[in-house]
Design a protein around this ligand. Structure first.
Ligand SMILES: *Cc1c(COP(=O)(O)O)cnc(C)c1O
Length: 381
């Protein structure tokens, strides 16, 4: 018997009471029963996004909501600035180019965060740009981006701020209305503790104006059509009914915990993880480590192949699933996730399995150094 434990940046573990919802009979979506349930979900989402506006529910993963945003708000030939700090920043650029837009990329060294002066000077060099597209936390490198600073600069230059908060909403404080974020996106399999298949996006009044004048081709992702339907607790197409049913439960759990407690929990788990990294003699990959996940460098004595082995041993021998690096970072970094249905005992499990796997590969780490650091950081913070 091997117990599988998921410590990945989506999908994340799902609470038992949410799993139980998926065993219930399905209902039809064109019914008052569905509308009543969808209304509760919409209300929970407004709370989570810290907005008074409508939060749309789309039946697709996070990338679908990114595409819906680009196709929905812009027109071919529009210019946008993309903060490309990794795989997901790169995705904003690829989607925008697909829709015939001019993309000016701020290419960050992997693991680095954005310097606000660099954004400011790029905007001044690009007087025609309409928006800045960025991540709140770049999942591929574990780097945190200065969201409030980016949004403030956008406001000052009259640009739309489009924030991929797919691994940030429900983890970091991103008060959409208070800060004036124009677009905020998340996905079901991240902090919302659901399986993949739904994404959520909220738009400011300014962003909705942009939607009304967009000339890009679109059919499935028609935000105006969705808004019209979702204002009446309906959806344009068949929604992920079961996921919405589970979402009422999972968002209810988050709401019971409370926003501040939610942010504090994630901050604390990040601190515990970082303490373990230092105690094990490992190095952080990102110079701006995010509370979402901690990326660490594979010890320098390891080859790329040995680097990949760490993750493989953790999975195959110990049942603990973490992620490594993507593309050029394969075999070079490990990403320890600590968000969603996650507590200090999950962090301990991940660190313990990492100690075991490193020992299996001949890296000398004092046994228990990492786990002991987690406990100490937990007690002291
Ligand atoms: C997971 C993730 C995505 C992509 O979401 P999918 O659900 O895989 O389409 C986009 N951005 C960030 C920051 C993510 O972490």
């Amino acid at each position: 018997m091997k117990k599988i434990r998921l410590l990945t940046p989506g999908p994340t573990a799902i609470p038992e009471s949410v799993l139980a919802k998926f065993a219930e009979p399905i209902i039809h979506h064109r019914t008052s029963l569905f509308e009543a349930e969808f209304k509760i979900l919409q209300d929970h989402l407004k709370w989570l996004f810290q907005t008074r506006g409508l939060v749309l529910t789309l039946t697709c993963t996070g990338t679908g909501a990114m595409e819906a945003t680009v196709a929905g708000m812009f027109s071919p030939g529009d210019s946008v600035i993309v903060v490309n700090g990794g795989k997901f920043g790169e995705r904003w650029a690829k989607i925008s180019k697909t829709y015939g837009m001019n993309v000016d990329e701020i290419l960050l060294e992997r693991g680095k965060s954005l310097h606000l002066q660099d954004l400011e000077s790029r905007i001044l060099a690009n007087p025609g740009a309409k928006a800045v597209l960025f991540q709140a936390s770049e999942t591929s490198t574990g780097a945190l981006m200065p969201v409030k600073g980016i949004v403030d600069i956008c406001k000052r230059h009259n640009l739309l701020s489009v924030c991929d908060g797919i691994t940030a909403v429900g983890i970091l404080n991103l008060p959409m209305d208070e800060w004036g974020i124009d677009v905020l996106i998340t996905g079901s399999q991240k902090a919302l503790m659901l399986p993949p298949g739904l994404s959520f996006l909220a738009l400011s009044d300014r962003a909705w104006k942009a939607v009304e004048s967009s000339r890009s081709p679109k059919y499935y992702f028609d935000l105006l059509r969705e808004r019209k339907m979702q204002e009446k607790q309906q959806t344009a197409w068949t929604p992920g009914i079961s996921l919405i049913h589970g979402g009422v439960e999972s968002l209810g759990l988050l709401r019971k915990e409370g926003l501040q407690a939610l942010f504090d929990r994630h901050e604390k788990l990040a601190r515990c993880t970082r303490a373990a990294v230092i105690a094990m003699g490992l190095e952080f990959f990102s110079s701006a480590p995010s509370p979402v996940l901690t990326a660490v460098k594979v010890p320098s004595a390891f080859t790329v192949d040995q680097g990949k082995q760490i993750q493989k041993i953790m999975q195959e021998k110990y049942g603990v699933i973490i992620t490594g690096g993507q593309d050029e970072l394969q075999g070079k970094i490990l990403r320890l996730s600590h968000f969603g249905y996650c507590d200090v005992f999950d962090v301990l499990t991940g660190v313990a399995a990492l100690e075991l796997a490193l020992a299996d590969l001949g890296y000398t780490v004092a046994f228990g150094a990492g786990t002991s650091a987690v406990l100490t950081a937990y007690r002291d913070s």
